[in-house]
Design a protein around this ligand. Structure first.
Ligand code: DGJ
Length: 496
């Protein structure tokens, strides 16, 4: 089976995530940071992920647990994750919490944290040491490489035939916090030389991007030589374009830094946005590029988690969609800390409702995966969700002109999960509609030409993606009006 290893492949005008030789979309969830340290807690996580119909779990591997003493490894957490995922027939995307996590170095082992001479810290512009491991004049890369290679070797041995693990995230939201760059003496000496590519103007943020990208590319490249799994890194996005580097981690693959990262880290297959912002379309369209598929390793777990899912797949052909803190979906409190996490603006949408919609959606879309992924890299599919501003949207899909209207306005009551959907063109005559809370008016793009229904069916796709008709809709019911909860319609048209 080693010839069918997971991979990210180009497909026509897009990308395809290949798992066991078939196109795949990770309908996923990321566990809370500390989850994997408790076997008991993880048992509940797997059960909850199963309720949600997740096919993949994103879970951290902590350097401090993997290598508690230099050169001595403890693979217990990875082993348990493999066992859990296999028992629940899910895939894993492992997050390497190595030298940096959310800018800081909290997951580095004790023997690194306490040896400041061998592993210096970055310094701010006043020469004050931070809690962030520096990349300059240090053994950091050499020792991290050993640990990361150990992990990849272990995965290759334990999972090279089964492919439970389908991708690895290298580090987590890197960048310097509290300063625009590392001002330590060793960093300063390199900074004075400018960037290796002299055609790029030197700025503090670009300098840090170059250094992080080079460090992480070494990890990814060497890791892949041992076991060639897809690798990516994620980004803590700045909230607005004029925000100063250092108030967000300076050096991560921000929207305006993608080109540098692509040039310096070619072995990272994907640069992946942690997409918590309400400006979903702006970010999704920035990270879906010719040289980068959209892949969302973290996103909100409120009502927008449901709505954005349809747009992420239908409009941006994402390879992964993953609400953060997946085991807390359906809870008003974080399942791990007990703190209230419900968004105040969502008070009228219960956590239970979010859970129900997400679970139904993952189930539907999971069954439809072969059909949906056939549309990846083509223009045979659209996806959308309500944004609080527009009550209707207009789309062109092949020769169809489609007006989508949402039933419920996003008023101050805010009592509905925002409407969302995907429409796929199966062939010239047939469309599939999936989603909830919208109606669609379908017309011909061409003046003088009309179309009408030949048939309209409500039904489901079974686990083999085979259409199971539940009802023929005609007469009073012959229009595209989706249910309140996620459902599927299939329409055949004729033209005249
Ligand atoms: C982004 C980080 O990447 C996650 O590990 C986690 O800390 C979330 N933020 C919390 O919202």
């Amino acid at each position: 089976m080693r010839d069918r290893q997971p991979e990210i492949k180009r497909r026509a005008d897009g990308y395809s995530f290949q798992v066991d030789g078939r196109p795949f979309i990770a309908l996923a969830g990321e566990v809370h940071n500390s989850a994997c340290t408790s076997e008991e807690y993880m048992q509940e996580v797997w059960r909850r992920a199963e309720d949600l119909h997740c096919n993949t779990i994103l879970a951290p591997v902590y350097w401090e647990h993997l290598e508690p003493r230099e050169g001595q490894y403890n693979d217990a957490i990875v082993r348990r994750l493999l066992d859990g995922a296999r028992e629940y027939q899910m895939r894993l995307i492992l997050l390497w919490f190595g030298a940096w996590k959310n800018g800081l170095s909290t997951y580095a082992p004790e023997w690194i944290k306490t040896d400041i001479a061998r592993f210096p810290r970055t310094e701010d512009s006043n020469g004050v040491k931070t809690r962030i491991l520096s990349m300059f004049d240090t053994d950091l890369l050499a020792v991290e490489l050993q640990a990361f290679e150990h992990l990849m070797r272990y995965l290759c041995e334990m999972d090279g035939d089964q492919h439970t693990v389908i991708a690895v995230q290298v580090e987590n939201e890197v960048g310097v916090l509290g300063a625009s760059r590392d001002y330590s003496q060793a960093a300063e000496a390199i900074y004075q030389h400018g960037l290796p590519d002299k055609s790029i103007a030197l700025t503090d943020e670009r300098f840090m991007c170059w250094q992080y990208a080079a460090h992480m590319n070494t990890l990814a490249k060497s890791g892949k030589e041992i076991y060639a799994l897809p690798m990516y890194t994620n980004v803590w996005l700045k909230e607005y374009p004029t925000e100063e580097p250092g108030s967000y981690p300076s050096g991560g693959p921000e929207p305006d830094m993608i080109d540098i990262w692509k040039a310096v880290a070619p072995d990272l297959d994907i640069l992946a946005p942690d997409l918590y912002t309400f400006q979903f379309d702006r970010i999704a369209s920035t990270y879906k590029r010719d040289d980068n598929p959209l892949f969302i390793p973290e996103t909100r777990r409120d009502k927008w988690a449901v709505a954005h899912l349809y747009a992420a797949i239908g409009a941006y052909q994402t390879l992964c969609y993953s609400p953060f803190g997946i085991e807390s979906v359906g809870e008003d409190h974080s399942y791990i800390t007990g703190l209230v996490h419900t968004n105040i603006a969502d008070t009228n949408v219960s956590s239970t409702m979010v859970k129900e919609y997400l679970s139904l959606s993952y189930h539907l879309l999971g069954n439809m995966m072969p059909l949906i992924t056939e549309c990846y890299g083509t223009n045979r599919m659209i996806g959308f969700c309500q944004d609080g501003i527009h009550a209707e949207n207009y789309f062109r899909l092949g020769d169809y002109y489609i007006k989508v209207e949402f039933y419920h306005s996003m008023n101050e009551q805010n009592e509905y999960i925002p409407g969302a959907g995907i429409i796929m063109m199966n062939d010239d005559q047939e469309l599939t509609f999936v989603g909830y809370g919208f109606r669609a008016n379908v017309e011909s793009m061409h003046r003088g030409q009309q179309l009408d229904f030949l048939s309209l069916e409500r039904g489901v796709y079974d686990a083999d993606a085979v259409w199971v008709k539940e009802m023929d809709l005609n007469g009073d019911e012959q229009y595209i009006r989706m249910n309140e909860t996620p459902s599927v319609l299939r329409a055949r048209y004729y033209w005249f």
